[in-house]
Design a protein around this ligand. Sequence first.
Ligand code: NAP
Length: 437
Amino acid sequence: MRLTICILKSTQHGTKWTGARGYAGDGGRRECGLQRICRKPRIDRNFNAAANDFFMHRIAVLGSTGSIGTNCLEVIGAFPERLNLAGVAARSSWRLLGQQTERFAPRWAVLSDASLRESVPRSAFSSKTELLFGPEGVERLASDPEVDVIVSGIVGAAGLAGTWAALEAGKRVCIANKETLVVAGPLMMDLARRRGAQVIPVDSEHSAVFQALQSGRRHEVRRIVLTASGGPFRKLSPAELERVTPEQALAHPTWNMGRKITIDSATMMNKALEVIEAKWLFGLDVDQIDVVVHPQSVVHSFVEFVDGSVIGQLSPPDMKLPIQYALTWPDRVTGVSPRLDWTNRFQLDFEPPDLERFPALGLGFEVARRGGTCGAVLNAANEAAVERFLNNDIRFCDIARACRAVLEAHDFDPSPSLADLIAHDRKARQEIAKWKS
Ligand SMILES: NC(=O)c1ccc[n+]([C@@H]2O[C@H](COP(=O)([O-])OP(=O)(O)OC[C@H]3O[C@@H](n4cnc5c(N)ncnc54)[C@H](OP(=O)(O)O)[C@@H]3O)[C@@H](O)[C@H]2O)c1
């Protein structure tokens, strides 16, 4: 049996409706992965009452100056009666951060680069906003009792501490920062379970899976199929791939994203990271995860059920929709995202990925199978190798080669602690700095 309930949460200012709805039994809050998501749709939903049926979320956006962060602020700005920006955090982009505080007047703004403390002019920020510096400021914002929802939009393993703090504080975490789950997926999901935190995907593929999973129950899922645009070099020969420049790799055909994820898309390491992310997020076996190349980036992923039905989620390639869904879930509201135009003829293509030309994807499956320290090592190696490629220090195809070399040489531990994972991350970066093709 399933009930729709509202969760009451005590705050410094008394009891408040968080707007989150759980399920009967343990409220859906201790369950995880497929078990939590795969439920029949709510039968008691009153669509006409939807606007009144949703309560104010106080949101902190970690990585607010990036591609995810700025899209997120657009979504928040479109729903002032439902979504309130309580805090923003970035590394060093203080001018944009200051403009964001002028527009939204959040309570907190954080610059994680503590060296900026003396040089950043206070006048660049809203007088209503308190300015914090250093990584501990990000953790403070992520665990603040006056924040209900965290958008984890910092790029790379740098996002781990803030995401961890938010889970520990039992928040709803809208997770774009896939690297965090790649590094420490089992520990993070276990923490979420223990603290009653919700982890809602923002990555478009995982949002699509999350949405499609709601069409069935756990034991009815056969597999998920993550779609991949194939990046800008889908049709290049191995010889041409060797000569790819950073400028070419930064020009993605369908998505407008930050630099690191754009390079990851070109190597297909992004899909590799997403396979690992999906395994931990949804509690799947690796054999239940497939990847298909879909150049138009309109179908964001599929779930195949045991009866052969395949449920997918379609929309134009725009991150505002999955961001909005994560913020308003379980509600759907009229939003700011573009819509598909069904009046014009258009085509959707699908083809299998080429693991020979894009070996990074194969690495992702291997790492997802092996678990342990492999995710942390692959992620750190990739972050450092992408940096070297962007600095014209190694070639495009060297990224996957260097990652494989560091992964194979590392001292594997099947059940590491968080401290172990951080140590492996550091070591892998040092190894990449020394790596020669
Ligand atoms: N972009 C997309 O469409 C998309 C889609 C799916 C998933 N994602 C994932 O979302 C995450 C963000 O991607 P993005 O494309 O938005 O990256 P991005 O444009 O490069 O933005 C990164 C953000 O993180 C901040 N940041 C970096 N290091 C930090 C640190 N040590 N402490 C605090 N803040 C830090 C940056 O601040 P500064 O501006 O000050 O450097 C910036 O706000 C990545 O994990 C990516 O894989 C992105």
